[in-house]
Design a protein around this ligand. Structure first.
Ligand code: MN
Length: 749
């Protein structure tokens, strides 16, 4: 038989556990199903590959994987888990590649072996408590398959059991790691039997004296204690039987050493003062029998008030369930009693692995298959809120902390950084510090240069290279995943790239509105109003926002159009009031400038046009163009002009006043005036000052004086619109020296 030949191998002697021998026998006799086959093949490969390797103890190496596989089998592990137990060290220690493992044993076994190998690479020395917690969380997160962690725990447990063969420094380091990382992890997973043993073993190496003392004291009083407890259990057993409560197990046992030690430390007490050195455990069949059994216990022995705990009604986060109570024992000292069902007991011992025990179908669905079940259960294990630093982080985490969506990476110093799935080195840099992100030049991942946008994976060691003159790129916004990084990059651009943004914003506006006159446009009043209406302090701020993408050019242009429209007076000015005495015909002919530059009238570019004499439109009034039959081109009328109403629609052209010229100046319109005034010294100067007050340009001024007659003053002025015109004309008219003022057409006299 194969097993025997294994035992006979002189270089590889190792006593095989009976379960494995049975497997091998079955396989030999062709009774093996695929599960047994997988287990045997895994063992055989491990056996071959570890041949000639020895542990520090002098044993053949294969003893270790066999022990690990046995621990996993005891926990109820499936064939895949047990196979991974055999193979867990082969990638590290031999030439075999993960691909080969997959080929021979399937993807699941490969994943477990790879997972365990990866976990083994971390060095956990000098961890703070917080870091330790991060490591534990990382473990849970990294192992997509919880079986990876259970294999790793079994590996660690066997290594702890054989720790005596290592050097003291190594014993210390490994024991500390076990206490800080692995025992709590076993506790998180509810695997009580691993947790207790891991704790006691690290206790043995870390506080050797205390360990030995407690151990001695426990065994010193063992007979005494056991006799006492036996008496109590007899009393309880007969009472429970009387009530027809079926007792599956009833016995006392000492608590584990590290638990007693912790209690002594915590309560600052001597060993003798610790009363619940031992506990009695009652295992019954049904939940309700737990409570009935409790009543029996409390009836037989006096309960100590305040010591009762109902973990059945309120299970611990790791799903531990039991009733706990403390009663006064036979020697007058307190004794803890735990009451539970067999299923609760299994959960207490095996934790998450109890699933395996309770789904004993012998097939591969004994593993925890449903993602849902797996992750709900895992999430319960983790108390996320504890680690949250501030409200923002809390909100961020709500968004993206679905457990399986996290990536755990390291700083070069070994600190764990938790990022969202898909996070890149840029996300990492900004998580460390915004200045690191803002001056990031490159990144080394696991010692190699890497692209800034390459998503990080669990366990990566990330080293950000910074340089003072390096700065963020807008491109980063395309791939960062964390809101923090996104906001910080934006902030940086807002703050540091103002000039660039201004230029970009201006460029965008030029695309929309043409390049000419842009400087003037940006300085114009409508533009300033537009900026304010868009909630920016200045036109520059508006342009920067445009360049940075906070606002679009369409939004700016539309708002600008609205502003210009609003600035044009809507009210119609009555003939009478306006220029009652400006009676002469206006017949100004102008050829509009070529297309591309601005003319006073929009819509007639390059065409001959003139302002209609009938309605004398002024800038600011709503106007319409009429195509004339003569060679005079387009005639510009006020909208609503009686003459226009008679003209058929096809001859009408939509036109508008242009508010600004190609230099951004408000467009003006030339008007010639004739003023009759009482001739006196300084009258011309006084009139001109009325115009200059209103920023009205006077292009030409002439005075004709005739004795005993009013002075005749001719002026050519540039006016912007009808409102300005009327206002100013009225001011001049109100001068006491002015007799008459009228508007004349060009060439008139
Ligand atoms: Mn190992």
């Amino acid at each position: 038989m194969t097993a025997t030949s294994t035992l006979e191998s002189p270089t590889n002697y190792c006593e095989l556990p009976s379960w494995l021998q049975e497997c091998m026998l079955k396989q030999q006799s062709d009774q093996a199903d695929e599960h047994i086959d997988l287990i045997c093949r895994a063992f055989n490969l491990a056996f071959e590959l570890h041949k000639g390797q020895y542990r520090k103890s002098g044993e053949p190496y294969i003893a270790h994987p066999v022990a690990v596989a046995s621990l996993l089998r005891d926990l109820g592990g499936d064939d895949v888990t047990i196979a991974a137990g055999f193979l867990h060290d082969i990638v590290e220690d031999t030439e075999v590649t993960p691909e080969e493992i997959e080929e021979r044993f399937g993807a699941d076994v490969r994943q477990l072996v790879e997972g365990v190998t990866k976990l083994s690479k971390f060095n956990f020395s000098s961890t703070t408590e917080r870091q330790a917690e991060n490591f534990r969380r990382m473990f849970l997160a990294m192992a997509k398959d919880i079986r990876v962690i259970i294999v790793k725990l079994a590996d660690r447990l066997h290594n702890m059991r054989t720790l005596e063969h290592l050097k003291p420094e190594k014993q210390q380091r490994i024991s500390r790691e076990t206490r800080e990382i692995f025992a709590p992890l076993a506790n998180r997973l509810g695997i009580g039997r691993f947790k207790w043993e891991l704790e006691d073993l690290s206790f043995k190496y870390l506080e050797t004296e205390d360990y030995n003392q407690i151990k001695a004291l426990l065994s010193e009083r063992r007979d005494d204690r056991e006799a006492r407890i036996n008496k109590m259990t007899e009393v309880l057993r007969s009472r429970l039987n009387k009530l027809n409560i079926k007792v599956l197990e009833l016995k006392g046992r000492p608590k584990h050493l590290y638990g007693i030690y912790q209690k002594m430390q915590r309560q600052n007490k001597e060993f003798d003062e610790i009363y619940d050195i031992a506990a009695v455990r009652i295992i019954v069949e049904k939940n309700e029998e737990c409570y009935r059994a409790l009543a029996v216990v409390h009836d037989a022995f006096k309960p100590i008030p305040g010591r009762f705990k109902d973990y059945i009604g309120l299970p611990k986060p790791n799903r531990y369930q039991s009733l706990h109570t403390t009663v006064v024992g036979l020697n007058g000292r307190p004794l803890e009693v735990q009451i539970r069902t067999m299923e609760m007991h299994h959960i207490a011992e095996y934790g998450i692995a109890a699933h395996w025990k309770y789904k004993e179908t012998g097939s591969s669905d004994t593993q925890i298959n449903s993602d849902d079940e797996k992750f709900t259960w895992l999430r319960q294990l983790l108390d996320w809120q504890n680690d949250l630093k501030d409200a923002q982080e809390y909100i961020d985490s709500l968004k993206d902390n679905l457990f399986e969506d996290d990536v755990y990476v390291f700083t070069p110093k070994g600190d764990v950084v938790v990022l969202a799935q898909g996070a890149t080195p840029v996300d990492f840099a900004y998580r460390i510090h915004s200045e690191i992100g803002n001056h990031m030049k490159g990144v080394r991942v696991n010692g190699r240069w890497s692209a800034l946008d390459l998503p990080l994976t669990n366990g990566d060691i990330v080293e950000i290279i910074t340089q003072n003159n390096s700065h963020p790129s807008l491109d980063w916004l395309n791939f960062v995943v964390s809101p923090t990084a996104r906001n910080r990059i934006r902030q940086w651009f807002k703050r540091s790239h103002r000039d660039e943004n201004l230029a970009r914003g201006r460029g965008l506006l030029e695309k929309e509105m043409g390049k000419t006159g842009m400087d003037a446009l940006l300085k114009s009043e409508p533009m300033q109003i537009t900026a304010q209406k868009c909630n920016y302090q200045s036109v520059d701020d508006l342009m920067a926002a445009l360049g940075y993408g906070e606002i679009t050019q369409n939004q700016v242009v539309n708002r600008l159009r609205e502003v210009i429209k609003e600035q044009q007076p809507v009210e119609k000015i009555t003939e009478a009031e306006a220029i009652a005495n400006l009676t002469s015909e206006v017949n100004t002919e102008v050829t509009a400038p070529a297309k591309g530059s601005k003319s006073p009238i929009a819509g007639v570019e390059g065409l001959l046009y003139h302002l209609a004499g009938c309605c004398k439109p002024l800038p600011g009034e709503a106007i319409i163009g009429v195509v004339t039959r003569s060679s005079r081109g387009i005639s510009i009328h006020r909208q609503g002009c009686n003459n226009v109403e008679k003209i058929p629609g096809e001859r009408l052209v939509p036109v508008n006043w242009n508010p600004i010229d190609e230099y951004g100046r408000p467009l003006t319109y030339p008007v010639d005036l004739q003023i009759e005034a009482i001739d006196r010294v300084g009258v011309l100067k006084d009139i001109l000052s009325r115009f200059s007050d209103q920023n009205i340009n006077v292009r030409n001024a002439g005075v004709k004086t005739t004795r005993n007659k009013p002075a005749l003053i001719s002026l050519s002025i540039d006016i912007r619109d009808r409102q300005q015109f009327e206002y100013t004309i009225n001011r001049v008219k109100n001068m006491s020296d002015i007799l008459n003022i009228r508007r004349v057409s060009q060439g008139d006299s």
